[in-house]
Design a binder for this molecule. Structure first.
Ligand code: GDP
Length: 528
């Protein structure tokens, strides 16, 4: 297959959900249908614990949440699929945002009995920032579920997005029998699947086919006919361009646990979602089919493999073809490098990758040279648009408990900051003694504490500080000490030496701007 065709068959998407809605289970079932695993249950391993392929870190195991984003590749129906997993917890929404930078669309998993939950809302907002298509999978139809019409209305109201039901559930709970596919006017009636370990069997046919009356039972058949009639009258028109920019979400019903509706979702989704999208370097559009290779770093993950203590930079390939051992320009460092040990992440292991194409994600060994947002390319060097960071809303002062371990402490905290897992500030005037960390959520501090202990053998003391916002000082000529600020504000520097102010609240920001003529404050930083 030539490079152009390879690129066109790629589908790279992220899955988002409120914890427990079924993201991990759905991912696993997509792998099952893709033939990447033979029997479900192997990815997750232990049914009652929350280990998945993506659960790399100790803290994930302890807390039962997925902290890091992982990547998995598999094939289905001649598509080459890259699934990017995202953390369900809002405290890691910045990580989700970076993952979405690498994705071309998103799948939102919703629990049919609970509807849109708190984190669904937060994560959906992050999706909106990217204007990418969002597809909805309403999961757990094998349990007591909300009425499907009510669910659609609820999603529209809660998220402010139009919905279009691609298929319709037949029954729910123990009576979830199948789905009706609106495009082909086809009923898919499911059976078997060994409680979700294997692919389900299905009987497919036209809705008018009388055999379904007996297969489904009179009541369910009548109900479906009624629903379909109502749907055709009441539902919004399907507009592909609205799907493309994330204003209309195609909705699918199913059960990831029993596999009912998983394959219809997968095949429709793959046909509807986009092949790799262009990325931008200022005004210049970098198309996936450009001849030159280009990629950007969207995630750095340290110590994925305890035995090796390695650090992996995840690259989203944006254009061209990658070949093992190829020499590329690392634009931000202004030098040529050979990409060592490129890896791809399959269902349950990682493999050295020989070739990869635009749309794919590869992990490369990082000896500490990469930062989030860095560009790698062949040909004339250029830099992709930077990945914005979220301004932290929580702050804490950290100190290492053992003063002898200062060096390890600084190394650890700097490396973790470079990964974008936390932001590090230092108080002006006091020097490196006072280190303040900032995060979008407090769980990031737990991760910091845990990682410093397990990876750098450093115990820390962490005191939460009563600040809520941070602003970078745009005017380089201004001496922060000369600024007139409220006593509840703190002057700090980031790792790049840029001046910032942390404030107790928005009122403090307003005050600073009023009292200091010409002061320009911004809340967008970039990970560097
Ligand atoms: P995540 O936190 O979103 O990744 O959710 P998981 O995939 O780990 O699922 C959370 C729980 O819901 C697990 O106990 C799953 O077995 C269960 N679950 C997932 N999908 C379904 C489903 O379709 N039906 C039912 N009944 N349970 C499900």
């Amino acid at each position: 297959m030539n490079t152009q065709d390879e690129i066109k068959r790629r589908r790279t998407f992220a899955i988002i959900s409120h914890p427990d809605a079924g993201k991990t289970t759905l991912t696993e079932k997509l792998l099952l249908y893709g033939g990447a695993i033979l029997s479900a249950g192997t990815v997750k391993g232990r049914k009652n614990s929350k280990h998945a392929v993506s659960d790399w870190m100790e803290i994930e195991r302890q807390r039962g949440i997925s902290v890091t984003s992982s990547v998995m590749q598999f094939e289905y129906d001649n598509y080459c699929i890259n699934i990017l997993d995202t953390p369900g917890h809002q405290d890691f929404s910045e990580d989700t945002y970076r993952t979405l930078m690498a994705a071309d669309s998103a799948v939102m998993v919703i629990d049919a009995s609970k509807g849109v939950e708190a984190q669904t809302k937060k994560l959906f907002k992050v999706c909106l920032l990217r204007h990418i298509p969002v597809f909805t999978f309403i999961n757990k139809m094998d349990r007591a579920a909300m009425n499907p019409f009510a669910l659609l209305e609820h999603i529209e109201k809660e998220l402010g997005i139009s919905t279009y039901a691609m298929n319709w559930p037949i029954g729910s709970g123990k009576d979830f029998k199948g789905v009706y596919e609106r495009d082909h006017k086809q009923i898919l009636c499911f059976a078997g699947g060994q409680h979700g370990q294997r692919e389900v069997e299905k009987v497919a046919g036209d809705i008018q086919d009388e055999k379904f009356r007996s297969l489904l039972g009179d009541d369910f058949y009548e109900q479906l006919m009624e629903d379909v009639e109502l749907l055709d009258i009441a539902s919004t028109v399907f507009e592909a361009d609205k799907v493309q920019n994330g204003r209309l979400t195609p909705v699918f019903f199913g059960s990831a646990l029993t596999n009912f509706g998983v394959e219809p979702f997968l095949s429709h989704f793959l046909a509807m979602t986009t092949s790799p999208l262009s990325r931008y370097a200022g005004d210049v559009e970098i198309e996936p089919t450009d001849d030159h290779f280009s990629a950007f770093v969207f995630k750095i993950q340290a110590n994925m493999n305890k035995a090796h203590r390695d650090r992996i930079a995840f690259l989203r390939i944006c254009s061209g073809k990658f070949e093992k051992g190829m020499e590329v320009t690392h634009v931000q460092a202004n030098r040529k490098i050979k990409l060592a040990q490129p890896q791809q992440f399959m269902a349950d292991n990682r493999e050295i990758v020989e070739t990869a194409y635009a749309g794919d994600v590869i992990g490369v060994f990082d000896p500490g040279i990469f930062a989030i947002g860095d560009t790698l390319c062949t040909g004339k060097p250029f830099a992709f648009d930077k990945i914005p960071t979220f301004a932290p809303e929580h702050f804490a002062r950290v100190q290492q408990k053992d003063t002898m371990k200062r060096k390890q402490f600084l190394k650890g905290i700097t490396q973790i900051a470079q990964e974008g897992a936390i932001q590090v500030f230092q108080e002006i005037n006091i020097g490196m003694e006072e280190i303040i960390v900032g995060g979008v959520g407090v769980l990031q501090f737990d991760v910091l504490e845990q990682r410093l202990k397990s990876e750098y053998n450093v115990d820390i003391k962490l005191d939460l500080l009563p600040f809520q916002c941070v602003r970078w000082i745009e005017n380089e000529e201004i001496d922060p000490n000369a600024l007139n600020l409220t006593s509840e504000s703190k002057r700090v520097k980031d790792l790049k030496g840029r001046n910032l102010i942390i404030f107790a609240n928005n009122w403090g920001i307003k005050w600073a701007l009023e009292q200091n003529q010409g002061l320009i404050l911004t809340d967008i930083g970039t990970v560097e």
